[in-house]
Design a protein around this ligand. Sequence first.
Ligand code: MG
Length: 204
Amino acid sequence: MTIELPFDVSEVKGFLHRREALALYDYAHSASALGAVLEIGSYCGKSTIYLGLACQKAGRSLFALDHHRGSEEHQPGQWFHDPALADGAGGMDTFGEFRRNIDRAGLSDTVIPIVASSKNASRDWATPLGMVFIDGGHSLDAALTDYRCWASHVLRGGILAIHDIFPDPTEGGQAPIAVLKLALASGLFTQIDQIETLAVLRRL
Ligand code: MG
């Protein structure tokens, strides 16, 4: 499927391969037939734009969950820290940058930001989801929390996508692949695709 991008999305800060972005768009578009889409870990909105454009086309909402305080690796002094996103108080705040990008993409009526931790946002959640995309914190604790809090909300036939799958530990952290293994071992999901580091599973 070809996508009409509202602007050059490669300008948006973030870590997403072009092929992964297109796959997110395609799966979000088909999963939107089942229910709304939820993304965990929006950062500055790069993946949100691709998911959001698919949801917009399908007339669905995209819930974009992020505390916007940055993951462990984004904090001052860490490898992926971006000084432009510092909050001036020793931490990070990516929400302003995120909102500007979503507005610029014309998605403010489609994307529903949830500025909260994964655990708190899930506490009273009751909306069944057509697709969940896990791309939040990459510590084992954060990744497992995202899986435990949200995987059960994926509808039968729906999609669970997990970013940053690195089978070789020298290439990347191992928390996302641990979540992938857990999902497969649960018997609730089967893997239907792998695009670069993006694993795509379907709920049985
Ligand atoms: Mg990622």
